[in-house]
Design a protein around this ligand. Structure first.
Ligand code: DAH
Length: 345
């Protein structure tokens, strides 16, 4: 009697299948519920004879396990089916992916400059952005009354005191001094970094910008070495055939001093808005390190000579990418920055 019931229900359980949560719940109540079939069968089992109990006990347990296993399998399957049915996501669509960031144009130019000079044996050196008067001005041979020391150009942090004025460095030439004070010649380094000037912000001027300083000090360094080094740099950066010209100039820390122009990178010398129709654009200041500067840094100016140069990274980037408004470099407008995606990581 009981055996027949079990056989019949076993067939029913084996045949049962559903992906519907409600139907599955009906199944659970029918077989596994507190008033369900299994409960009834176990109640009936209590009344059977001891001999029957022996054979039926095992059958009964297997039957119960079958019902539970069926329920569990269908439940796992139906939750998966339900959840994928609930979301509208098409799992075969391609993923959204991550947008790859871009290098800042100034970082790209800086890196290119570092790479070019490294081929000539120049290492990279850095110094602090907060400087004292000695490193930013005095050691570099600036006269006491030099206008660059004026409040209008320099952001002073502290006036006077034991170490003299403390200010945000106005140029990276201060790093030359630190390098020469700390070591022994020969020196061959470029020094990239941020500099600050007390200027009203406009398309053409900013209160901070970036420079790369260069220094080469050894025995018998001449102006010809300076010219050849900078000529090579320009050919590498702007392409073979770029012309250079040197104009006499003045800087307190170099003697003689010059400014270097290159043939306009936009019109190749024909004349355009970028070069104000002259065919030439100025890119840097340079010269032979003034013997006073060498001596200020503890270097024998009779034995050693050197050249130095300094240029604005924004200016170089401007000529490379035609970025005319300086403010773009620091506004972090993603639409602007995105344009400079590069395969270089
Ligand atoms: N320090 C100068 C400036 O900020 C740039 C400069 C000119 C650096 C001539 C040099 C140099 O090393 O020799 O305008």
């Amino acid at each position: 009697m009981l055996q027949d019931k079990i056989t019949q229900y076993t067939a029913e359980i084996n045949a049962f299948t559903t992906q519907n949560a409600d139907e599955l719940e009906q199944f659970r109540i029918k077989f596994l519920g507190t008033k369900g079939i299994i409960k009834d069968i176990f109640d009936e089992f209590k009344a059977v004879s001891p001999e029957e109990k022996r054979t039926l006990g095992k059958v009964l347990n297997e039957f119960k396990q079958l019902a539970e296993a069926k329920y569990q399998t269908l439940k796992d399957g139906s939750t998966e089916a339900e959840s994928s049915k609930d979301s509208d996501t098409d799992l075969t669509l391609p993923g959204e992916g991550f947008e790859i960031g871009a290098r800042h144009p100034l970082a790209l130019v800086r890196r290119e400059m570092v790479e070019i000079f490294s081929k000539l044996g120049f290492i990279v050196a850095e110094g602090p952005e907060i400087e004292d008067d000695w490193h930013n001005f005095s050691a570099l041979n600036f006269p006491e009354e030099h206008p660059a020391r004026d409040m209008q150009d320099t952001f002073f942090i502290k006036k006077g005191g034991e170490t003299g004025d403390i200010a945000l460095r106005t140029h990276t030439s201060s790093v030359q001094v630190r390098m020469m004070e700390a070591g022994k010649p020969p020196f061959r380094a470029i020094m990239p970094g941020r500099v600050y000037r007390n200027e009203a912000i406009s398309a053409r001027a900013h209160c901070f910008f970036h420079q790369v300083e260069g220094l080469y000090v050894d025995e018998n360094v001449s102006f010809a070495d300076l010219k050849q080094t900078l000529f090579y740099f320009v050919q590498e950066l702007y392409g073979a055939g770029t012309q250079v010209r040197f104009r006499p100039s003045y800087f307190p820390f170099t003697e003689p001093s010059a400014e270097m122009d290159i043939s306009c990178t936009i019109c190749k010398g024909a004349g355009c808005g970028m070069c104000k129709h002259s065919g030439w654009v100025e890119i840097l200041g340079c010269g032979m390190v003034d013997p006073n500067v060498l001596e200020n840094c503890g270097i024998d100016s009779k034995k050693y000579s050197g050249f130095a140069f300094g240029m604005g990274i924004e200016r170089i980037a401007n000529l490379k990418y035609e970025i005319k408004d300086l403010r773009l470099f620091s506004e972090n407008d993603a639409r602007f920055l995105k344009q400079y995606k590069t395969s270089l990581i």
